[in-house]
Ligand binder design. Sequence first.
Ligand code: FES
Length: 73
Amino acid sequence: MKVGENIYAVDGICTHEYSDLSMSFMNGGIVTCPLHLSQFDLKTGEALSLPATESLKSYSVTIQGTSVFVEMD
Ligand code: FES
């Protein structure tokens, strides 16, 4: 996800229950789950509010020219 000039990559499924975060609300660097409204920091994946307590997995992103590379484990 792009925030300003930066691109971040996190898991797309909420850690609370199964909810697709591609349907989420984004405000700055914060993504809000559409189901129960937990918020996550897009930079780190950290869960910022209940009911989610587990962070999203975040991935290293490298930009080379017009290409974006995401390092998956
Ligand atoms: S499924 Fe995301 S907060 Fe509950």
